[in-house]
Write a protein that binds this ligand. Structure first.
Ligand code: ATP
Length: 135
């Protein structure tokens, strides 16, 4: 089966590199599925999972926004943060989720940044789901 190289990189360095048959993820415009030979493009990403398919298996990487760039035979994902499912510290994500939920409950108070807490909650839920093999 045809494959393409996929790289996931963050400001802290590379997180994932492999040859895969398909990459799918959530772009801001909707679900995106990339196969080898896809036309070059750039798409902004949401907080979500990047799914890499190879040899009948799917690997998941959690990303919290960024860009996906398709070039001939290469897909590069430039993410704000990225973790493979086995790198995710679930306890930490659960604590982050609880903190964010607490902030959202206190949203009547002036000093709570609602959008920031909402995004922190989304990142935490995304990490928990991916560490459980979901998405
Ligand atoms: P926290 O409040 O726990 O720091 P956060 O969503 O605010 O969570 P980020 O700012 O998205 O954290 O990420 C900061 C760094 O920590 C990044 O390098 C990211 O990959 C890493 N990171 C965050 N949460 C986790 C986690 N649950 N497991 C592993 N790495 C994590």
């Amino acid at each position: 089966m045809k494959t393409m190289k996929v790289n996931v990189v963050t400001p802290d360095g590379p997180v994932y590199e492999s040859d895969v048959e398909m990459v799918s993820t959530k772009a801001q415009t909707g679900e995106l599925g990339i196969l080898p030979g896809h036309i070059p493009m750039v798409a902004p990403l949401e907080i979500g999972a990047v799914r890499m398919k190879h040899d009948g298996k799917t690997e998941l990487v959690a990303v919290s926004g960024g860009f996906l760039e398709v070039r001939p035979d290469t897909v590069t994902i430039l993410a704000q943060t990225a973790e493979t499912s086995d790198e995710i510290d679930v306890e930490r994500a659960i604590r982050a989720k609880e903190r964010a939920e607490q902030r959202l409950r206190e949203r009547q108070q002036e000093n709570v940044d609602f959008r920031r807490a909402e995004l922190a909650l989304q990142r935490a839920i995304n990490r928990i789901s991916i560490s459980q093999g979901k998405l």
